[in-house]
Design a protein around this ligand. Structure first.
Ligand SMILES: C[S@@+](CC[C@H](N)C(=O)[O-])C[C@H]1O[C@@H](n2cnc3c(N)ncnc32)[C@H](O)[C@@H]1O
Length: 259
């Protein structure tokens, strides 16, 4: 395994993504329900981007499923779900989560790096959707992962990838050391991207759409206690202006691709 993936694996094993988003009994149904509620309340754009409602009987491959919140949405909406995850701790949590919600028969979970996906799948698996949210900017080699994804696609496959946006409110604050970490400190992010980077990096693909979304407007301390108190400059901001800012300076670069 590449050194950077080893570092990444160690990090995500210590703190699987969003694992602290509920104080309910760890691995209980209530624990997972609270995590789900928080995710789609705070990051409501994910539902639109992933288009969970449109995946009945579709073959979905998710790369870097973390603790499986989106995985469950794909399954609840009738997908045949396949997923790969680097961190064995996150893998175990998602496996358990899928068992609790009774979807084991509709899912195939792999504990490995995305770079190795061709060991398990090919374009013959006829994926309708290859989905990866907030993952590939953590991998050792984005270009290697994209080559693999490209080989797994056929002309009917849609690929949806979220990468961190460079031209974003969060990135600008980070550059001035003013960043507020809403979740976890020290995340091993390799890079941030803008629209023109996407055109270069994804030149093998057909680019269907590139959008930006998501500015985190809440005070961190209350947020960690599940209280949603906006920081003052967002509290007093008109909703329409907040939307415009999110669409132009959101930290999530939402990329939709074909082959
Ligand atoms: C920020 S979390 C996002 C998890 C999930 N997609 C979500 O939105 O909640 C990044 C995840 O990607 C996984 N990951 C990082 N590099 C990976 C790779 N090369 N192959 C597979 N998974 C990877 C990490 O272990 C971690 O669980």
């Amino acid at each position: 395994m590449h050194k950077l993936n080893k570092i990444s694996k160690r990090f995500w094993n210590k703190q699987p993504c969003n694992i602290n988003h509920s104080k309910k009994k760890f691995l209980s149904k209530e624990y997972f329900d609270e995590i789900t509620k928080k995710r789609y309340f705070v990051e409501s754009h994910i539902k639109k981007f992933a288009d969970f409602k449109n995946c009945k009987n579709k073959n979905v491959l998710e790369i870097g499923f973390g603790i499986g919140t989106d995985a469950i949405q794909f399954l609840v909406n009738g997908a045949n779900y396949n997923g790969v995850e680097l961190s064995n701790k996150s893998f175990d949590i998602t496996k358990k989560r899928i068992e609790i919600f009774n979807y084991s028969k509709k899912s195939i979970l792999i504990n490995d790096e995305a770079e190795n996906l061709l060991k398990y799948f090919s374009a013959k698996d006829n994926f309708h959707l290859i989905y990866s949210f907030g993952v590939l900017h953590h991998s050792s080699s984005l270009s290697k992962c994209l080559n693999v994804i490209h080989k797994l696609m056929n002309k009917n496959t849609i690929c949806k990838i979220m990468l961190y946006a460079k031209n974003s409110y969060k990135y600008f604050l980070m550059k001035e050391n003013l960043i507020r970490y809403e979740a976890q400190k020290g995340v091993p992010v390799i890079d941030f991207y803008d629209h023109s980077d996407v055109k270069t990096i994804f030149k093998k693909f057909k680019i269907i759409n590139i959008e930006q979304d998501f500015i985190f407007p809440y005070k961190i301390k209350p947020y960690k206690r599940n209280k949603y108190e906006k920081i003052n400059h967002f509290k007093f901001m008109n909703k329409k202006i907040f939307r415009i800012l999110s669409k132009n300076l959101g930290e999530h670069l939402l990329i939709t691709l074909g082959k």
